[in-house]
Design a protein around this ligand. Structure first.
Ligand code: PEP
Ligand code: MG
Length: 588
């Protein structure tokens, strides 16, 4: 049994066979075979081995011919490895004694060898490990005779183990069969992490290199609350997993009973908890958890993985599904925030590949460059607004000019709809995301031109601290608790209060219970969060008074380091929600 830790990004526990998506283009579907199948597995193995030897031999011949013997010798070394009698004997022995499938046995033995070389430490040996992975890839490919399986075609329950998953790959996962995600890369606020939360698939990201430790079909336990992955668990670990699942079921039941109770502090100050959604279906999760509305509808997921642009009707139907389900509560529809990692594979909207896509043509900038596309979306939003309390939000606003342009386009759309006699709502409140430092600095001016602010801490942190939200190499810098971020949030809240416009935080920071007392103490009365956390946050908020929250905020104002802020908040959380404090501490 092996335990690996990463960042817990989507809660829940699951157990099941691994489906490994590495840099390799194959997956191992089956770990065990029946006793009768042993001889046929050995035969498959020998055939695939011969194909592998032939392939490597051909590569050796070509390399010798075209680039010289010194390069051909790379393949000679591969050939020696793949024909090593001890290695072959070990693989066949595993098939015979453990009833492993040929691919599982091959992968297991070769990965163990590779691991030994890797651990020898020096560069030369690390290269030999890479050679063994190459051989494994070739051998398993020959065994399976197939290329990378489409994630959308998964039809048996699995835990996906991958080096990375793009937001569109994640968005298209089948919830019925994908029990969990364990990803080597990514951070707490990467879009893949956010989507896993939306799909309610337990997920751990940022685990670091561990694909070599897992073979396809191997049993895994994933704990999305603790950020833990157990590879090949012992019977005791499996028993512990089952007991924990039972215990957590009890907790979920208790929390769901809070549905009808409004979120309020111990002394009765009402805090609105809205839900963040990516797909229209999620609205029912928000309602079931007692959300006060939708604070952030990320509409860009309507565009991902389509070959064509969504029509006005596609937009309209999606919005009506959300607004119709929640007719008396605010629904904040954010215009599309495509670009950077969130880009449909078939559409580019004129965004050329950029050396730094996060700082390039994305989000509102892309809408302003594609006016027909932008107008289509705005028309659908204004039409759906007749069904309920819709508000429009523009993402990634960097300058006043951009905001004014966006509002001008909106005014054009209003005029068009009026002229065409289409039913729509005219006075829809217009707000903006505050997620670029320039917007914070200009908050005073922006406040005079919008009806609300929603602080997008996910991007605000990356742009302020110059630390990519997806990159574990800079996760030490990427911290919501950094005093620079807290001061920015405080400034936006103060400006909002002065101008009497509402301020929300909708980045992942607002979902993290560690920050709830602090944000409320800083003056926020509205948070937009991942819906599954609403019951927990309700319970937590009911455990402290406004005065206690304000004391926390005033103490934090004097702290200089993110780590000091986090440690202090963890200590405070011990008073209000000890069980959550334990989870936070484990994650720290
Ligand atoms: C944010 O940046 O905080 C935000 C909510 O937007 P997204 O995560 O979609 O970039
Ligand atoms: Mg953002």
């Amino acid at each position: 049994m092996l335990v690996r830790r990463g960042i817990a990004v989507s809660p829940g526990m699951a157990s099941g066979p691994a489906l490994v998506f590495g840099t390799e283009d194959f997956r191992i579907p089956q770990r065990f075979v029946s006793v009768d199948a042993i001889e046929s597995q050995i035969k498959r193995f020998r055939t695939a081995l011969q194909q592998t030897v032939d392939e490597i031999g051909e590569n050796e011949r070509l390399a010798n011919e075209q680039v010289g013997k010194q390069y051909g010798s790379i393949f000679t070394a591969h050939l020696n490895l793949v024909q090593d009698p001890q290695l072959l004997e070990e693989i066949e022995e595993l098939i015979r004694s453990k009833y492993y499938s040929a691919e599982f046995a091959s992968s297991r033995v070769l990965r163990r060898y590779a691991k030994v070389f890797q651990n020898l430490g020096d560069n030369y040996m690390a290269q030999r490990a890479a050679d063994i992975y190459d051989i494994e890839k070739c051998l398993v490919r020959n065994l399976l005779g197939e290329s990378r399986e489409e994630l959308t075609h998964i039809n048996t329950p699995v835990i996906i183990v991958a080096n990375s998953l793009s937001p569109s790959e994640t968005a298209n996962l089948n919830r019925k069969f994908v029990l969990g995600l364990a990803i080597e890369t990514g951070g707490r606020t990467s879009h893949t992490a956010i989507l896993a939360g939306a799909l309610e698939i337990p997920a751990v990201v940022g685990v670091g290199n561990f694909l070599a430790d897992v073979s396809g079909g191997e049993n895994l336990i994933i704990d999305g609350d603790r950020g833990e992955i157990i590879i090949d668990p012992t019977d005791t670990a499996v028993q512990h997993f089952e007991d924990t699942i039972e215990r957590r079921k009890g907790v979920s039941k208790r929390l769901l009973s809070l549905k009808e109770i409004p979120a309020q502090t111990k002394d009765g100050v009402r805090i609105k908890l809205l839900g963040n959604i990516e797909f229209p279906e999620e609205v029912s999760q928000c309602i079931d958890r007692g959300a006060d509305g939708v604070g952030l509808y990320r509409t860009e997921f309507l565009y991902l993985n389509r070959r064509d642009e969504p029509s006005e009707e596609v937009h309209y139907e999606a919005y009506c599904r959300v607004v119709g389900a929640f007719p008396n509560s605010p629904v904040i529809i954010r215009t599309m925030d495509l670009g950077a990692d969130k880009m449909p594979s078939a559409l580019t909207f004129g965004a050329e590949p950029a050396s730094n896509p996060v700082l390039s043509l994305r989000s509102l900038r892309l809408s302003l460059k594609n006016l027909p596309l932008f107008k289509t979306q705005l028309r659908a939003i204004l039409r759906a607004a007749t069904v309920g309390d819709v508000r429009i939000m523009f993402p990634l606003v960097s300058t006043l000019m951009e905001l004014r342009q966006a509002k001008m386009i909106l005014a054009d759309v209003v005029e068009d709809l009026e002229e065409q006699g289409v039913e729509f709502k005219r006075d829809v409140p217009v707000g903006m995301m505050v997620e670029v430092p320039s917007a914070v600095m200009m908050a005073e001016e922006f406040a005079q031109e919008v009806d609300f602010f929603s602080i997008g801490t996910n991007d605000l942190i990356q742009y302020t601290l110059a630390a990519d939200r997806d990159d574990p190499n800079v996760s030490e810098l990427y911290r919501a608790a950094d005093p620079s971020i807290l001061r920015m949030i405080q400034h936006v809240i103060d400006v909002g209060n002065r101008h009497e416009i509402s301020v929300t935080v909708c980045g992942e920071m607002s979902t993290d219970p560690l920050f709830s007392p602090l944000l409320i103490g800083m003056g926020l009365r509205q948070l937009s969060v991942t819906s599954h956390m609403i019951p927990r946050l309700k319970e937590l908020i009911g455990n402290f008074t406004l005065e206690e929250a304000e004391e926390i905020a005033s103490h934090v104002r004097n702290l200089e380091l993110a780590r000091t802020v986090e440690n202090y908040l963890r200590g405070e959380m011990m008073k209000f929600a000890p069980d959550m404090a334990v989870l936070e501490a484990e994650q720290a």
